[in-house]
Write a protein that binds this ligand. Structure first.
Ligand code: FES
Length: 341
């Protein structure tokens, strides 16, 4: 177990070249939620009465007026698409995004955003669910809790934070949980001399339970290890920051070819090159955003060939299935891939 988890990590992405954002929103309200945390309620800036629907666990990219792109999980009820609500922690290691939000973003400004994407989808048919939040990682889990409570599902909520005053949305969580008779456990580092032992904390649940965790990287690593040690097959994580991307050792010698089956085009990706760049260089309009294997915008179906997965989204099981890949960071183990595009 780590000596302590930094709750100041947050999904943050620098992007140099981007496809156009697709929705223009108005900052309708900003609210203090906890020490260092504000929520932002976005509403459609144009005539549209509502935003596209989303599912719990989804996130949007904010195209901030200072030119930075930042992805944030939607925390409001998925039943309410009149608004999108996100929360931003004032990150002490900010590269400009969270600082801009806290110091310069104001009610009444317009902010372009992407449509919602969901790499952290909730299995609503699960017999039992455990939601484990670390700091600002509470945001997607709050929307999940709302949904599962509405469905009267068996769910448990565990919230870890550095201190009570830094635990955003504690009141909403308690309100939802009390109304639906859901158990909530709170762990505050400053009251417990450090973060909990997740293996002890998660032990004893039925094997068919689905576990969801969102929080800092060290916590997610501990969560994944605990689930593996406990034999829990249904674990799901949402990362704030990409895992470090290693060089494509398996393809460094030769590059590889990529057949785009529906387009009847074959491309060559040079050794160490990016498949996404090869697609864009060939004039193929392919969706992308973060270029770090984080957002899922570039996810592409794989028809044949073995993928060298380097993203921070797919689970071990999904990688083994080899059905999709993030073309911004992933490559090829062998000499060729066939993609459904
Ligand atoms: S562009 Fe974000 S995962 Fe590839």
């Amino acid at each position: 177990m780590p000596a302590g988890w930094s709750f100041y990590n947050r999904r943050q992405v620098n992007v140099m070249s981007l496809p156009s954002p697709t929705l223009t929103t108005l900052v309708h309200a900003m609210r203090y939620e906890a020490t260092g945390v504000v929520s932002i309620e976005l509403r459609p800036a144009e005539a549209a009465p509502a935003f596209p629907c989303f599912t719990p666990g989804a996130h949007i990219d904010l195209h901030l007026p200072n030119g930075l792109i930042r992805s944030y999980s939607l925390l409001n009820s998925a039943a309410d698409n009149q608004r999108y609500v996100v929360a931003v922690l004032n990150d002490r290691n900010s590269r400009g995004g969270s600082r801009y939000v806290h110091e310069q973003l104001r009610v009444g400004m317009t902010v372009p955003i992407s449509t919602p994407r969901n790499n952290f989808a909730l299995r609503e048919d699960a017999a039992r669910t455990v939601l484990l939040a670390g700091g600002i990682g509470v945001t997607p889990l709050l929307s999940m809790l709302d949904r599962l409570a509405g469905l009267r599902k068996r769910v448990e909520f565990i919230y870890c934070a550095r201190s009570r005053k830094e635990a955003a949305f504690a009141e909403q969580i308690s309100t939802i949980a009390n109304a639906a008779d859901i158990k909530v456990s709170w762990y505050f580092d400053e009251e417990c001399s450090g973060p909990p032992n997740l293996k002890q904390l998660l032990a004893g649940r039925p094997a068919d339970t689905h576990f969801y965790c969102c929080g800092p990287g060290a916590m997610l690593d501990a969560f994944e290890q605990a689930c593996e040690d406990l034999g829990y097959a249904n674990s799901h994580v949402e990362r704030f920051a990409p895992v470090p991307i290693q060089p494509h050792a398996t393809i460094s010698g030769a590059g590889y070819s990529v057949e785009l089956r529906r387009s009847a085009i074959t491309l060559q990706v040079p050794a160490g090159g990016s498949l996404l760049d090869a697609l864009l260089d060939a004039g193929i309009a392919h969706d992308y955003s973060c270029r770090e294997g984080m957002c899922g915008a570039c996810e592409t179906k794989v028809l044949a060939g073995e993928v060298d997965h380097r993203d921070s989204i797919l689970s071990k099981a999904e990688r083994a299935e080899n059905k999709t890949m993030m073309v911004c960071v992933s490559g090829c183990v062998g000499g060729s891939l066939v993609l459904d595009m």
